[in-house]
Design a protein around this ligand. Structure first.
Ligand SMILES: Nc1nc2c(ncn2[C@@H]2O[C@H](COP(=O)(O)OP(=O)(O)OP(=O)(O)O)[C@@H](O)[C@H]2O)c(=O)[nH]1
Ligand SMILES: O=C([O-])CC(=O)C(=O)O
Ligand SMILES: [Mn+2]
Length: 609
C-alpha cells in the first residue's frame, strides 16, 4: 500500500513503514476520524521541540523558567479531567464471566459499535499522530510493541518520556511483528474555524480494553492512565491477560535493588495501590549505615521465571509518572534530582512567580502562586495550590540512583515481594508470610484506603488484590489462581519470600506511628535478614512479625511505644477483618482458588486459638 492511500498523510510524505497491518489500521482510523493530517511520530529531539512549541502556542503548556527547570513544561488540565476514571473503564472480553466481578463489562461488538460512532469525525481539525512504542527493553528477544494513535500532542510528548517511542520501535515492528493497537482521542473535534481550548476533552469517556484482541480504545480524556495507553492499559490490563495465557506476571510493582554492607545485591518488587508509596520506595535513600539502594522501576513489573528457576523482573516503562504532592528534598531527594535535570512535563501543579513549580509538601513557602485551576493563590487560600493527583512525567535515565542493569532484557532476579496498603489500623508495619500460598492469600486480601489517584471517595477502605483491582484484564479469581499455580509449578526454594507492609498506621491523634520514607530501609534490612535466616521474628496469627527490638532502630528518633504500636498484632482488630474478607471472597465467587480459602480458614483458627 502506498502512503497516498492514507487520507491526511501529505502526498509528498511516505509512511515510514511497510508494515501492512499497521498501514491498514492507520488508514482505517484516518478514514473514520477525519483528521486534518496524519503524522508518524519519530521520537526525535526536533519533534519534541516542535510539539512542545505547538503546545505552548496552544496554551496547553507553559514553558518553565529554564534556569530552574530546563526544557520543562507545566500543563493545567480541564478541572474535570484529573485522574483515572475507573467507572468508565471496561474490560470487553468475549464472555462477560471472563471480565469478573471487579471490572465493568460491555459486549465487545456493542462496545465497538458505540466507539465507532464516537470516533466518527472525532479528530476533525486536529492532527492524528501514529506513535510506535515498545514496553520493556528494545533489545528483548520478543519485544512488546504497541502503536498508539492519538490526536493529542500532550500524549505524544508524554509517551516519548514514558516509553521507548519512535523510529527505534517502528524498526522493531518490521513488516509484520504483532503489536497492541491503542487508539486514543480526546473526543473534541474542531469545526471549521473553531478555536481550540488549552485542554480539549469530552464529558463522555470510555477507557476500553479488548483482551482477546490485545487492543485498547480510549475516548474523551487526555490525562495520565486514561490517555498514555502504554502504561496501565497496555502494561497492566492487556499484559495481565497475556501473562495469564503465557505463564508470567504483569504487576503493579516497583522494582528496587538493595545493596547490603557486604556488597550483596537483593532485588525487591513491591505492589502498593496508586498513591501509596511505590515511587518513594523505588527511590529510597536508606538511613542505615552501609546500605545503598538503586532504582529499576516505580510502577510496573513484568516477571517471568528464568531457566535457573528464579523469578526475573523487568520494568516495561521508560519514565516516571509520579505524584507531585508530598515529594520533596527530604521525602524523595532522588525524584527531586530526576525532575530538576529537566525534560519534564508537570500536570496540575502550581506555578510560582518566577516560572518554577510548587506543590503541597514541597520546600518553600510561596506568598503567591497560580494554582492548578489557573487562579491566583496565596497562603490564605482555602483550596490546594496543586491538585492532589498532580504529576511529573520525567525520564528514568535522569534518576541518580538508576541501577546500571535497568535496561537489561534479562531482568533482575527477585528475592522478595512486598504487598502493602494504606491502613490506619490493624495491619502491622511488616509481616512475613508463612509460605507462597499464605503470601498469595495476603496479597489477595490486601486492603487500602482510597486515594486521589482515581475518582471516588478518598479514605474509604477497599480490598485491592496485589494492588491490581483497577488494572486486571480478566477475572480476579482466575488471577489469584494464576499466582497460586505459578507457586505450585516453581521450585519453592527459589521463590521470592512474600511480605505485607503498612507504612501508614496511625495513632489516636492521627499521627503516623512509623516515620516512613528513608526509614523504611530499617524494614527492608529486616526483610533481607529474614531471607538470609539472620533475623528473628515472632510467630503471630497473621504471620511472622518482628518486635521493635528485632529491627534496627539505631539512631532513629521516634517514640519507641509508637514503633511497638506500629508492629502490634491486635487479635480483636483482626477478628473484625474476618467478615470483610468473607464478604470479599463472596464477591470474587466460585473462581477463588481453594488454596486461598484454606489459608482463610487457617487464619480464623489461629485468631481463635
Ligand atoms: N507516611 C508515609 N507516607 C508516604 C510514605 N511513602 C510515600 N508516602 C506518601 O504517599 C503518597 C504517594 O506516594 P507515591 O510514592 O507517589 O505513591 P505511588 O504508589 O507511586 O503512586 P502512583 O504513582 O499513583 O501509583 C505521597 O504523598 C507520599 O508522600 C511513607 O513511607 N510514609
Ligand atoms: O494511571 C495514572 O493516571 C497514574 C497512575 O500511575 C495511577 O493512577 O496509578
Ligand atoms: Mn508512582
Amino acid at each position: 500500500m502506498t502512503s497516498a492511500t492514507i487520507p491526511g498523510l501529505s502526498g509528498t510524505d511516505t509512511a515510514p513503514t511497510q508494515h501492512a497491518d499497521l498501514l491498514a489500521w492507520v488508514r482505517e482510523v484516518a478514514e473514520l476520524t477525519q483528521p486534518d493530517r496524519v503524522v508518524f511520530a519519530d521520537g526525535s529531539d526536533e519533534e519534541w521541540d516542535r510539539l512542545t512549541s505547538h503546545l505552548v502556542t496552544a496554551g496547553t503548556f507553559q514553558q518553565l523558567n529554564p534556569d530552574k527547570k530546563p526544557n520543562s513544561f507545566l500543563a493545567l488540565s480541564d478541572p474535570t479531567d484529573v485522574a483515572r476514571v475507573e467507572s468508565r473503564t471496561y474490560i470487553c472480553s468475549r464472555n462477560e464471566a471472563d471480565a469478573g466481578p471487579t471490572n465493568n463489562w460491555v459486549d465487545p461488538t456493542e462496545m465497538r459499535a458505540t466507539l465507532t460512532d464516537l470516533f466518527r469525525g472525532a479528530m476533525k481539525g486536529r492532527t492524528m499522530y501514529v506513535v510506535p512504542f515498545c514496553m520493556g527493553p528494545l533489545g528483548a528477544a520478543d519485544p512488546k510493541l504497541g502503536v498508539e494513535i492519538t490526536d493529542s500532542e500532550y500524549v505524544v510528548v508524554s509517551m516519548r518520556v514514558m516509553t521507548r517511542m519512535g523510529t527505534a520501535a517502528l524498526e522493531k515492528l518490521g513488516t509484520d511483528r504483532p503489536f497492541v493497537k491503542a487508539l486514543h482521542s480526546v473526543g473534541a473535534p474542531l469545526a471549521e474555524g473553531q478555536a481550540d481550548v488549552p485542554w480539549p476533552c469530552s464529558d463522555t469517556k470510555y477507557i476500553t480494553h479488548f483482551p482477546e484482541d490485545r487492543e485498547i480504545i480510549s475516548y474523551g480524556s487526555g490525562y495520565g492512565g486514561n490517555a498514555l495507553l502504554g502504561k496501565k492499559c497496555y502494561s497492566l490490563r492487556i499484559a495481565s491477560a497475556m501473562a495469564h495465557d503465557e505463564g508470567w506476571l504483569a504487576e503493579h510493582m516497583l522494582i528496587l535493588k538493595l545493596i547490603s554492607p557486604e556488597n550483596k545485591n537483593y532485588y525487591v518488587a513491591a505492589a502498593f495501590p496508586s498513591a501509596c508509596g511505590k515511587t518513594n520506595l523505588a527511590m529510597i535513600e536508606p538511613t542505615i549505615p552501609g546500605w545503598r539502594a538503586e532504582t529499576l522501576g516505580d510502577d510496573i513489573a513484568w516477571m517471568r521465571f528464568g531457566d535457573d528457576g528464579r523469578l526475573y523482573a523487568v520494568n516495561p516503562e521508560f519514565g516516571f509518572f509520579g505524584v507531585a504532592p508530598g515529594t520533596n528534598w527530604s521525602s524523595n531527594p532522588n525524584a527531586m534530582k530526576t525532575v530538576e535535570a529537566g525534560n519534564t512535563v508537570y500536570t496540575n501543579v502550581a506555578l510560582t512567580d518566577n516560572g518554577d513549580v510548587w506543590w503541597e509538601g514541597l520546600e518553600g513557602d510561596p506568598d503567591h502562586l497560580i494554582d492548578w485551576k489557573g487562579h491566583d493563590w496565596d497562603r490564605e487560600s482555602e483550596e490546594k495550590a496543586a491538585h492532589p493527583n498532580s504529576r511529573y512525567c520525567t525520564p528514568m535515565s535522569q534518576c541518580p540512583t538508576l541501577a546500571p542493569e535497568w535496561d537489561d532484557p534479562q531482568g533482575v532476579p527477585i528475592s522478595a515481594i512486598l504487598f502493602g496498603g494504606r491502613r490506619k489500623t490493624t495491619v502491622p508495619l511488616v509481616t512475613e508470610s508463612l509460605d507462597w500460598q499464605h503470601g498469595v492469600f495476603m496479597g489477595a486480601t490486601m486492603s487500602s484506603e482510597q486515594t486521589a489517584a482515581a475518582e471516588g471517595k478518598v479514605g474509604s477502605v477497599r480490598r485491592d488484590p496485589m494492588a491490581m483491582i483497577p488494572f486486571l484484564g480478566y477475572h480476579v479469581g482466575d488471577y489469584v489462581n494464576h499466582w497460586i499455580n505459578l507457586g505450585k509449578n516453581a521450585d519453592a526454594q527459589k521463590l521470592p519470600k512474600i511480605f505485607y507492609v503498612n507504612w501508614f498506621r496511625r495513632g489516636d491523634d492521627g499521627r503516623f506511628l512509623w516515620p516512613g520514607f528513608g526509614e523504611n530501609s530499617r524494614v527492608l534490612e529486616w526483610i533481607v535478614n529474614r531471607i538470609e535466616g539472620a533475623a528473628e521474628g515472632e510467630s503471630t496469627p497473621v504471620g511472622y512479625v518482628p518486635t521493635a527490638a528485632q529491627i534496627n532502630l539505631e539512631g532513629l528518633d521516634v517514640d519507641s511505644t509508637d514503633v511497638d504500636e506500629s508492629l502490634k498484632v491486635d487479635v480483636e482488630e483482626w477478628k473484625k477483618e474476618i467478615p470483610l474478607i468473607e464478604e470479599w471472597f463472596e464477591f470474587i465467587g466460585d473462581k477463588l482458588p481453594s488454596g486461598v480459602r484454606d489459608e482463610f480458614e487457617a487464619l480464623k483458627e489461629r485468631l481463635h486459638s
